[in-house]
Ligand binder design. Structure first.
Ligand code: RIB
Ligand code: CA
Length: 314
């Protein structure tokens, strides 16, 4: 039986491919797409979600906009990585997929309440919507199977030396989620940097011979130019689909139990995920932390999903 999931995202180049993987892979049932401010402002991340759904033919999944700013600190977008639109690079057709009038948090709560079994939440963005859900609707926690998020790192950050972007953007939200008692799996930079979009990967998307395949190659080419310019990396890591892959087939992403703490007060380290892999502090385990990716099978699933979506539209 496919695992029911909701993706909370901030498209975002890697979010875009995460949406395609979640929409196409038969191992999951994408119940809703919700958006949040992060990579870009909420209006842009929401427009980008609509654009991706339109191009990929994801027309049967409700899209709802959520929070337009972090819980406490001001929003700081990542235009240096994702561009002024949040999805710079390829051209997209005018979106025909619209948003539903409900706020994302209310839509998630309603689905959790109405769905016959607990739902897995897959946040690939700052955790503002998820924290607000758990705060506004405490009853929702029991209806969440698990939260499998892209964010944090067992090592260094990518927004500061210590902090990864999704967590750094809204550390208070991340702390609420980690302290909620809901099962959490953290797919951080340490594992997503194993999902490198090499020229061979881009060629696989191009070889699909579809508009969607070409668009994915163009998205990855733009993303790659940003990673080379900012970090000198030859190939960009495709972060967000790794979280979806963990839900699709847990054997794709090896995890270990650990205690994850969110640094809220460090003058140099605010937003860091302090991951106690060796239980030095003797605190209760509160998360599964991803440590390794089966990259070959990951890319097979990712390219296969885009191929499936492209053939639906052909
Ligand atoms: O640090 C990478 C994460 O931040 C990804 O989710 C990317 O889309 C950005 O949101
Ligand atoms: Ca993202």
């Amino acid at each position: 039986m496919p695992v029911p999931i909701i993706i909370d995202c901030d498209p975002g180049h890697d979010d875009a491919l995460a949406l395609m993987l979640a929409a196409a892979d038969p191992a999951v049932d994408l119940l809703a797409i919700t958006t949040v401010a992060g990579n870009q402002t909420l209006d842009k991340t929401t427009l980008n979600a609509r654009r991706v759904c339109t191009l990929a033919g994801i027309t049967d999944v409700p899209v709802a906009a959520g929070c337009d700013r972090p819980l406490v600190q001001p929003l700081a977008v990542a235009a240096d990585v994702h561009g002024a639109s949040g999805l710079d690079g390829p051209r997209f057709p005018p979106p025909t997929v619209d948003v539903v009038p409900e706020h994302a948090v209310d839509l998630i709560h309603r689905i959790l309440r109405e769905h016959p079994e607990p739902v897995t939440l897959v946040p690939t963005a700052p955790l503002t919507n998820i924290a607000l859900l758990l705060t506004r609707y405490p009853d929702s926690a029991s209806r969440i199977r698990e939260i499998v998020l892209m964010g944090g790192s067992t090592e260094r950050g990518n927004r500061t030396p210590a902090a990864e972007f999704n967590i750094h953007t809204d550390p208070e939200a991340a702390a609420i989620v980690l302290d909620s008692g809901v099962p959490v799996t953290m797919c951080g930079l340490n594992v997503t940097h194993q999902a490198l979009a090499t020229p061979e990967v881009l060629a696989r998307f191009e070889a699909l011979g579809t508009e969607l395949g070409r668009t994915c190659a163009e998205l990855l080419a733009y993303f790659g130019s940003a990673y080379h310019r900012l970090w000198g990396m030859p190939h960009p890591p495709l972060h967000d689909p790794v979280a979806v892959a963990r839900v699709i087939d847990p054997t794709l992403v090896e995890c270990v139990d650990a205690t994850v703490s969110i640094e809220l007060h460090g003058s140099h380290t605010r937003g860091a995920t302090v991951v106690d892999l060796h239980h030095y502090l003797g605190r209760p385990v509160n998360a599964r932390v991803a440590v390794s990716l089966d990259t070959e099978r990951f890319w097979d699933r990712m390219v296969g999903a885009v191929e499936a979506l492209g053939s639906r539209r052909a």
